[in-house]
Design a protein around this ligand. Structure first.
Ligand SMILES: Nc1nc2c(ncn2[C@@H]2O[C@H](COP(=O)(O)OP(=O)(O)OP(=O)(O)O)[C@@H](O)[C@H]2O)c(=O)[nH]1
Ligand SMILES: [Mg+2]
Length: 180
């Protein structure tokens, strides 16, 4: 069998303070959960790897994702925007229990377009364990996001639900746009 094709990509976690960016990444990269909020004070890059199949091919792709987790204010500005340079993927976080999380992730997408126009986007409704909505309700939110051109997933760093799936989905989107 041929060795996997190596790919290195920058992915940024985007969302307001305390939304759960670090928790989402820690659950994925280290399977760790911490209840206490320790604000991220400086940018941190975590290297993660995933091996994905290639459609119609026997060869796989080894995607090395450099995940950027950095402090962000409630209203993102140009200062944070410059950190998105070179990003191939953006994970946009809103709380699953917020009144209108779809508008929040779409607004984040619009803001990031100025700084990383080439990036693929994935909306993540985080802290899903706090949201009381049933699966049907999530389906309607996902439909609305999809109408805005944004794939959406549910995730909880506390329980781990959907976290790995969100990174895999991002990896698949990154591979899909490579001319391999
Ligand atoms: N119940 C629940 N709480 C969560 C979840 N994810 C994060 N939290 C809590 O939310 C708080 C903030 O999480 P962080 O991951 O530190 O948030 P952040 O976006 O990195 O915050 P800053 O670095 O300050 O911007 C912590 O107290 C976490 O325990 C989740 O999936 N479920
Ligand atoms: Mg943080």
């Amino acid at each position: 069998m041929l060795p996997p094709i190596p790919l290195v990509k920058k992915v940024c976690l985007i969302g307001p303070p305390g939304i759960g960016k670090t928790a989402h990444l820690e659950r994925y990269a280290a399977n760790r959960w911490q209840q206490q909020h320790v604000p991220t004070l400086a940018p941190k890059v975590t290297r993660t790897e995933m091996v994905l199949p290639l459609a119609d091919r026997v060869q796989e792709v080894a995607v090395q994702v450099m995940v950027w987790d950095f402090p962000q204010p409630d209203h993102p500005s140009r200062r944070e925007g410059t950190k998105l340079q070179g990003a191939a993927g953006l994970m946009l976080l809103a709380r699953a229990d917020s009144p209108d999380p779809v508008s929040e992730v779409l607004a984040l997408r619009d803001w990031t377009d100025d700084f990383a126009p080439e990036a693929v986007h994935l909306g993540v409704l985080c802290q899903a364990d706090r949201a009381s909505h049933a699966r049907g309700a999530f389906g309607r939110l996902a439909e609305r996001a999809q109408e805005g051109g944004l794939p959406l997933m549910n995730a909880s760093a506390r329980t781990g639900e959907g976290v790995r799936a969100s990174f895999l989905r991002m990896g698949e989107m990154l591979v899909a746009r490579e001319p391999l």
